[in-house]
Design a protein around this ligand. Structure first.
Ligand SMILES: Cc1cc2nc3c(=O)[nH]c(=O)nc-3n(C[C@H](O)[C@H](O)[C@H](O)COP(=O)(O)O)c2cc1C
Length: 179
């Protein structure tokens, strides 16, 4: 493939990513793919290159079902065969006013997981945990996370059973130019 084709493929991966919520529970996400998703996550930019994160990989059926039952908008975890729980690592948070930047760092890592899933032919969806204290407590309890892990989101991952067309969000009204 030439350089132009390569660029086009990468852009198409971004433009066609969508949140998938219907998975085939019989098709298991492979370990190699999970490893690739974690590599993509850790390739994200972070403030001062602090990498203030921990990634919890969940493939246990009972734990996935418990997450689905406990979180209000994560029902699809009961069909997913894996989930990555992106967590902030309190030991690596910045100080002072910058102590909130871990949220942006974990967001960048999360988007990388979504894009890499799509590139691998997998479906995924970001489900919200932080800043809801009840959801954070549920995730910490179910997964028995150490005190230092701040659950940020749960990203169920699986082979899509029912694909849908990505939403077209192109909106010129959301752009301001200063030329
Ligand atoms: C911060 C954040 C929280 C989200 N929380 C949930 C959630 O709890 N459950 C869910 O099904 N989708 C969740 N989503 C996915 C959004 O609903 C989805 O990205 C949005 O509707 C646009 O659709 P698209 O991802 O297919 O483009 C979340 C996305 C973000 C960025």
């Amino acid at each position: 493939m030439d350089e132009k084709g390569r660029r086009e493929l990468i852009l198409q991966n971004i433009l066609t990513r969508t949140s998938d919520r219907m998975f085939d529970p019989t098709k298991v996400v492979g370990e190699d793919d999970l490893q690739t998703l974690l590599q993509a996550a850790m390739a994200a930019p972070t403030a001062v290159n602090r990498q203030p994160w921990q990634f919890v990989v969940v493939t246990n059926r009972q734990l996935l079902d418990q997450l689905a039952a406990a979180l209000p908008y994560c029902h699809m975890a009961d069909q997913a065969t894996a989930a990555i729980v992106v967590c902030g690592d309190k030991n690596r948070f910045l100080e002072g006013e910058d102590d909130v930047l871990w949220v942006q760092d974990c967001s960048a890592a999360s988007e990388n997981i979504l894009l890499a899933s799509h590139a691998l032919g997998l479906g995924s969806v970001w489900t919200c945990v932080y800043p809801h204290t009840d959801r954070m407590a549920s995730v910490s309890g179910i997964l028995q996370l150490p005190e230092d892990f701040v659950p940020f989101n749960v990203i169920p991952i699986g082979y899509v059973s029912k694909a849908h067309t990505p939403i077209n969000k192109w909106n010129p009204a959301a752009i301001t130019y200063r030329t």
